[in-house]
Design a protein around this ligand. Structure first.
Ligand code: ZN
Length: 245
């Protein structure tokens, strides 16, 4: 009896190990599951549906332009973005965060960005039937997720030490096409919480972006200083508010 239980346990562990390794391999090299692709500059977009030539080219151009003005420079010669339109692909690649619009996997798997669904002709993200509106466009999401990929390759294992406000705030700072100045964003946000209506108007992480805008544009921090900070959100906010007095 004991021997059978032991064998069942070993088999279960082996099966779980195999599943985890297969999933990791798929995240690292998802290309076989995406039949269509288009490349321009440093970015290749791959999809499970045909990519319209004009809309696809606009998307790649807009995403690359956003990344070019990032304080964090892309080191690789190619970055890949995968669009998972079909429901089963969405469920598979967004397994850790089913509600996310975009995802990138952390070091050492963080090579690719995944977007939930796309309408290339309108430049909009499509998330389970919901169509995103500017400023959260398809190019915004591409630049946001690829900023995580670039930060990941820049930092390696140190990425796990970056506080969330700096990690997400930087990605939104890069992704938002029409960046407000620090004063404009601060005045627009006021004391409002980061709720849905604020996010629809000012991007995924408006308060984190405000902090990143403050430290980069007002305090003159380099991107390496930003990614090396260990300030909590509360401590960073306190420093920003103390400056306003
Ligand atoms: Zn993010």
């Amino acid at each position: 009896m004991m021997r059978i239980t032991k064998r069942a346990l070993v088999c279960t562990c082996a099966a779980l190990g195999c599943a985890a390794i297969s999933f990791g391999a798929l995240i690292f090299w998802p290309a076989p599951l995406f039949a269509y692709s288009l490349q321009a500059g440093k970015i290749t977009v791959a999809s499970d549906r045909p990519i319209p030539a004009v809309g696809g080219a606009h998307f790649l151009h807009d995403c690359e332009k956003l990344l070019e003005r990032s304080p964090l420079k892309a080191e690789r010669s190619e970055y890949r973005v995968y669009v998972t339109n079909a429901n089963w692909r969405k469920r598979l690649f967004f397994l850790p965060h089913p509600d996310a619009w975009g995802i990138e996997y952390p070091y050492p798997l963080g090579r690719n960005a995944f977007l939930t669904g796309a309408d290339f002709d309108t430049g909009r993200i499509v998330h389970w039937g919901y169509v995103g509106t500017p400023p959260r466009t398809l190019a915004y999401l591409c630049a946001h997720e690829l900023t995580h990929v670039i930060a990941d390759e820049h930092l390696g294992i140190r990425r796990y030490l970056v506080p969330q406000w700096a990690w997400e705030g930087l990605a939104d700072y890069v992704g938002i096409a029409h960046r407000e100045t620090f004063e404009q964003l601060r005045n627009a946000l006021g004391d409002w919480p980061d709720d849905t209506s604020t996010r629809v108007k000012y991007g995924g992480y408006p308060r984190y972006r405000l902090l990143v805008t403050y430290f980069i544009e007002k305090k003159g921090w380099t991107v390496d200083q930003l990614l090396a900070t260990r300030l909590t959100t509360a401590a960073a906010t306190q420093i920003m508010k103390a400056d306003e007095r």
